[in-house]
Write a protein that binds this ligand. Sequence first.
Ligand code: KIV
Ligand code: ZN
Length: 529
Amino acid sequence: MTDTTKTASEQDRVLIFDTTLRDGEQSPGATMTHDEKLEIAALLDEMGVDIIEAGFPIASEGDFEAVSAIARQSKTSTICGLARANYKDIDRCWEAVKHARSPRIHTFIGTSPLHRAIPNLDMDQMAERIHDTVSHARNLCDNVQWSPMDATRTEHDYLCRVVEIAIKAGATTINIPDTVGYTAPRESADLIRMLLERVPGADTVIFATHCHNDLGMATANALAAVEAGARQIECTINGLGERAGNTALEEVVMALKVRNDIMPYRTGIDTTRIMNISRKVATVSGFPVQFNKAIVGKNAFAHESGIHQDGMLKNAQTFEIMRPADVGLADTSLVMGKHSGRAALRAKLKDLGYDLGENQLNDVFVRFKALADRKKEVFDDDIVALIQDQATSAEHDVLQLKRLRVVCGTDGPQEAEMTLSVEGVDHSIDATGDGPVDAAFNAVKMLYPHHARLHLYQVHAVTEGTDAQATVSVRLEEDGKIATGQAADTDTVVASVKAYVNALNRLIHRRQKSAPGADMKDVHYSSHA
Ligand code: KIV
Ligand code: ZN
């Protein structure tokens, strides 16, 4: 039984382990640039994340560089890198994380029958491998996490045996992954309880829970594991991650805060920073947050029905279990317009959680004025879209849209006249297509021939009204590599082309950066010495 009468400082601390930059970034299309990873790591550090899993150093030169740069810049968080169960991975991981004030090596191997078949090891051989690799990691670093991948589908006796071996070999954290999102809350709790009861030495380490959301139970499974004794939750911002994603950081943290009466555990997270980092991750990953997503969705605090609005006006608690300000949402929605000055914009940005430098502010101000000229009222969401748009394009991009004019009509194919700068040189063309967006995309293809295929094209209106800005997401695939671009504009076709060009720039950037044959997607779940 948990003691619900403890004061906040007496309550058990649950460590928050964020893997947005590793498990989240492995999501096809969510690839982030080096600088974006560093920015996100800094935000995670500032918001009080205990452990940041910064990447998979052996996966590529780029991953290694990012993990070591994050380790060097870390202030409070422990910086962790992932390594398969072999010495080469572990050594490379240590080389990357060792610069951190507090480094951690996280090594794993698949222990379920299906996963054991991949490296073709029998139970005894795998047990020996676990002993050797965890000992090796522990000789390098005194903070070692070990994960039996697919733990929730591993035979209990074997799981107890290998967890005991890992603890004896020096692991300080044992992570229990539900790799395929298969478990359910009661089972998740029973598994942790069983390990705590049966494994000798279990009380000397921290047990972690790592859940995937394939059945929509990742948050519930993580919280159930905590109630059974896990004291570390592995999660990602916005629940980013392969397939249906991972446990969402904002959900577990806010659940523990709002329902502290029945789940008396504390985290070190400053929840007022949640919205800001959620927007940042959505922008750089190219995975927009669904409108009705818990905590960070656009509608999470919107009360539109008449009954709700009436109740809210009388007493906010009628329908609101947490205050928008608790997650960093500005209470006011002060509308801005073309007469609003720099000071008002700066104050608004601060309210929204953006602390911009002078140059960035100047740039946003120019774009804000241009938007206010086209749009009577500029809402909070418009400003967020402006910032996100700025974040996705860079001066040194190979492709830049210079001019676009489309001709639409009920008769005949639509036409697009476009000027595109390719490596600093302007090129122009006229193209036709089945609709204005198709015509404009055809123009891009003619000006910059490529064989990337369109996987996703998504348009959202940022606010209401026919003058609303559109945010567009475009996902492209080229030779198995996926990149997503986003852009916003009051003109949907312009936003579409900018998003397309942005995705292309990301593919070009990846092409230029990636070391041949070294891509994380290829190495994730294979495990060899
Ligand atoms: O889901 C999983 O099993 C993982 C491991 C590498 C911990 O991400
Ligand atoms: Zn995972």
